[in-house]
Write a protein that binds this ligand. Structure first.
Ligand SMILES: C[S@@+](CC[C@H](N)C(=O)[O-])C[C@H]1O[C@@H](n2cnc3c(N)ncnc32)[C@H](O)[C@@H]1O
Length: 280
């Protein structure tokens, strides 16, 4: 007989052991208050694996099957996002970032724009950037715009790859853009919308852990969105990540953080522009 989800007991010892793996690998510090959340979310995994106890699950993830780590992180990550979330950032990109960037690139005869949506979740952020850039550049031709969308969770990266959203998810997309850049789903995609290739082809989804020692990029980015993820990390982890982001941003490039985040108290070379916006 299958166990009911609520029947799995999570001892303090197992909570701390699993919490430590999460902190050491992805930098998220669950603290002491998330035991119930972890128990509920991971109970589904135990059930799927026909594992009876969290002690056995700990052994499974550490000794038997390290690929289970991906499911562990998927289970605990919070993926809340939306199209054009924190609209002021997109307005700032249009009014300030892109005009200067395009002018500078034209002078250098450089036609490539590289943007990074770090911790992109299901892609709404990266696709909102793509539409913002398209709106700005039109009708100029000949620009190669690449938006890297990365996240620790394979589940969300698969959604970026699909580029398909339920109709309620696009309620925050300006009507004109919705008409221009999305196609209405039919048949089995009824009630859904799909991004047109023009937008979809600008976004490159990839699984990347912000906690890795070094990011695998050779070229610098023109600007980086790293929003609503720092909040889950402690100061030490934030400092290490901000430092790496700085190194991968070109001089004069902008860093955007989430509405509740700031670099206050973090030693960094970034210069403050306005709340949640920094420049190298
Ligand atoms: C709340 S969402 C933010 C999405 C988007 N940036 C926004 O502001 O709407 C946070 C995302 O960070 C991802 N994340 C958490 N820890 C991470 C890590 N160490 N490396 C990369 N992504 C991580 C989660 O999987 C989740 O999708």
């Amino acid at each position: 007989m299958l166990k009911d989800e609520n029947m799995f007991e999570l001892s303090d010892k197992d909570y701390h052991r699993i919490k430590d793996i999460i902190y050491n690998v992805i930098g998220i510090n669950l603290g002491d208050s998330k035991k119930e959340l972890l128990r509920t979310r991971l109970s589904k995994r135990l059930r799927a694996l026909s594992i009876d106890t969290f002690d056995e699950y700990y052994n499974h993830v550490t000794k038997r099957d390290q690929s289970e780590l991906t499911h562990l992180f998927d289970a605990i990550s919070t993926n809340t996002t939306s199209f054009f979330r924190e609209m002021e950032h997109f307005k700032f990109v249009t009014s300030t970032v892109l005009p200067a960037l395009i002018e500078e690139k034209k002078k250098k005869n450089d036609r490539e724009i590289r943007i990074w949506s770090a911790a992109s979740s299901t892609g709404e952020e990266a696709y909102s950037i793509a539409m913002t850039v398209l709106e700005f550049l039109r009708p100029q031709l000949g620009w190669n715009v690449k938006i890297l969308a990365t996240d620790i969770s394979t589940k969300v990266i698969a959604k970026v790859e699909a580029g398909i959203y339920t109709e309620d998810r696009v309620s925050t997309v300006p009507k004109e853009m919705l008409r221009k850049y999305f196609r209405k789903g039919r048949g089995e995609l009824a009630g859904m919308v799909k991004l047109k290739d023009e937008v979809k082809n600008m976004v490159y989804p990839r699984r990347i852990n912000l906690q890795v020692a070094q990011f695998p990029f050779k070229k610098e980015f023109d600007f980086i969105f790293c929003r609503n993820v720092m909040i889950y990390f402690d100061k030490e982890t934030q400092l290490a990540i901000v430092d790496k982001l700085y190194r991968h941003l070109k001089k004069g490039g902008y860093l955007f953080l989430g509405h509740a985040e700031s670099l206050t108290g973090i030693q960094t070379q970034f210069r403050y522009v306005k709340p949640t916006v920094y420049i190298k």
